[in-house]
Design a protein around this ligand. Structure first.
Ligand code: CDP
Ligand code: CDP
Length: 432
């Protein structure tokens, strides 16, 4: 049993087998509570990647130990999420490779590797409120925390979930190895609350955990550091709301689903020029928008748009600098509006998704709030037809929390698939 001094920061431990939903649940929970999210599996995966890179046989305990001891492993919290560097290299893109999936359980069973990983984790979360997910978080890494959960799902469900993520992962083998190893095996900590997620939605699991945390006396703060609007943005925001209400009976359905802090992509279908200002009113904070670069050449607009958080985009081909700017604002914890279809609809129907959104999701892992606008095409159709004072409504969907397995960059057509998944969620939204 390890002794760890009592500390004032709070740790929620989430353990469970592969594909039980730990990462998705932990990320969503962290966002809801304003805690940081720590993926402990990423440390074991990073070390495994490093061992493989060095050409060491992952079954060779002596060499695995030596290589791990001599590597410089850094774990830090960036944007409320853990990031691992090995010898100053960020291995994130390789952590879900098939060969890492195959070998990680061999590396994670090495006692010295675990000792080093556990110490890194503890150092990393010092003084922070965190959600930590893994295999031994409640039993070994933070045994003193009163907030322990073990989430599970039937083997069939877990297999299906992994397959849906497009990943080749022998989870049965990994589960067996992780549960039967002599050092810190996957066990249900004595005082952990067990949740079977087989038939629960992500939202359902998170709600159960929050209810339990409150019962256990965790004080959940809903007060976050929200960036404030500059005077131009504030005026534009309130003017948009006023005009929306007066002329378009504008309403937002399920505004409570909006993520009001941290990085988030608001993904909406695109019908008219009215979309950006109206979509902006779904958030309590200033959000970022993308707009045609040529608008910047118009004298007054060129001065005003940057003050309204507009990122200029060159519409010919893929504008890499605009994508980079968008990724930067998200990584700094901001919200941004993205139209997955790329351009306004001509006939009012939804259009196929472009892959740009998928790329941004993969690079940032920002949660996505799907939104669908109704009525804006009738109010101000593309291609002329003038302005019509008809009702406009935005329906907000449940946020989508992607995991590293979802965004694995080597999977085929991954950007397109991510964009399409968001577009499908948008299409499923209805006026109630
Ligand atoms: O996402 P998934 O549950 O499939 O795996 P992960 O959390 O990324 O963990 C990958 C591997 O790291 C596991 O199969 C374990 O062998 C190891 N691991 C561990 O031993 N202890 C932890 N606290 C977390 C992960
Ligand atoms: O981290 P872990 O390997 O435990 O699982 P995950 O990567 O968070 O979840 C695997 C997949 O199952 C993800 O695509 C989740 O969206 C999905 N999932 C689900 O459909 N329902 C749940 N209650 C939990 C997760």
């Amino acid at each position: 049993m390890h002794f760890i001094p009592q500390s004032s920061h709070r740790v929620v431990a989430i353990d469970g087998p592969a594909a039980s939903g730990k990462s998705s649940v932990a990320r969503k929970l962290a966002q809801r509570l304003g805690f940081a999210y720590v993926n402990s599996g990423a440390i074991y995966r990073a070390i495994t990647w490093y061992i493989l890179q060095k050409g060491i046989d992952t079954r060779d305990v002596r060499h695995v130990t030596q290589a791990t001891e001599s590597a410089h492993i850094a774990c830090s919290l960036q944007n409320n999420e853990s990031r691992i560097f090995i010898n100053d290299v960020d291995p994130t893109d390789y952590l879900r490779d098939d060969r890492v999936n195959e070998s990680v359980s061999q590396v994670s069973r090495v006692a010295r590797v675990r000792e080093i990983a556990v110490q890194k984790m503890r150092d990393c979360v010092r003084n922070h409120d965190v959600i930590v997910e893994g295999r031994d978080i409640g039993s070994i890494v933070f045994p003193e925390t009163p907030y322990k959960f073990y989430i599970d799902a039937s083997p069939d469900v877990r297999l299906r979930r992994r397959a849906a993520q497009g990943e080749h992962d022998e989870i049965k083998m990994r589960d067996h190895a992780d549960s039967s190893r002599p050092v810190s095996p996957l066990v249900i900590a004595q005082d952990a609350h067990v949740i079977d997620t087989s038939h629960l939605t992500l939202e359902g699991v998170v709600n159960q955990i929050i209810a339990r945390l409150k019962q256990n006396g965790l004080h959940v703060s809903t007060c976050f550091n929200v960036s404030t609007m500059n005077v131009y943005y504030w005026l534009g925001y309130h003017l948009s709301r006023l005009i929306g209400r007066l002329f378009f009976s504008f309403q937002v359905i399920h505004r409570e689903r909006m993520i009001q802090n941290g990085p988030v992509i608001l993904a909406m279908n695109h019908q008219s020029y009215l979309d950006p200002p109206l979509a902006g009113t779904t958030c309590d904070r200033p959000i970022y928008f993308l707009a045609r670069k040529t608008l910047m050449d118009i004298p007054l607009l060129g001065w005003l748009l940057p003050k309204l958080n507009v990122i200029p985009v060159n519409q010919e081909g893929i504008d890499r600098s605009a994508l980079k700017a968008l990724i930067r604002v998200l990584k700094s914890g901001n919200a941004a509006l993205v139209f997955p279809e790329g351009a306004r609809t001509l006939d009012g129907n939804l259009q196929p998704a472009q892959r740009g959104l998928g790329l941004v999701i993969a690079k940032t892992l920002a949660p996505v709030v799907p939104m669908r606008i109704f009525g804006a095409h009738e109010a101000l159709p593309r291609g002329g037809g003038g302005l019509h004072l008809v009702p406009i409504t935005i329906v907000i969907g449940e946020p989508i929390f992607f995991t590293t397995a979802d965004v694995k960059s080597t999977a085929k057509d991954i950007y397109q698939r991510l964009s399409q998944r968001v577009m499908d969620e948008i299409a499923a939204l209805r006026l109630e």
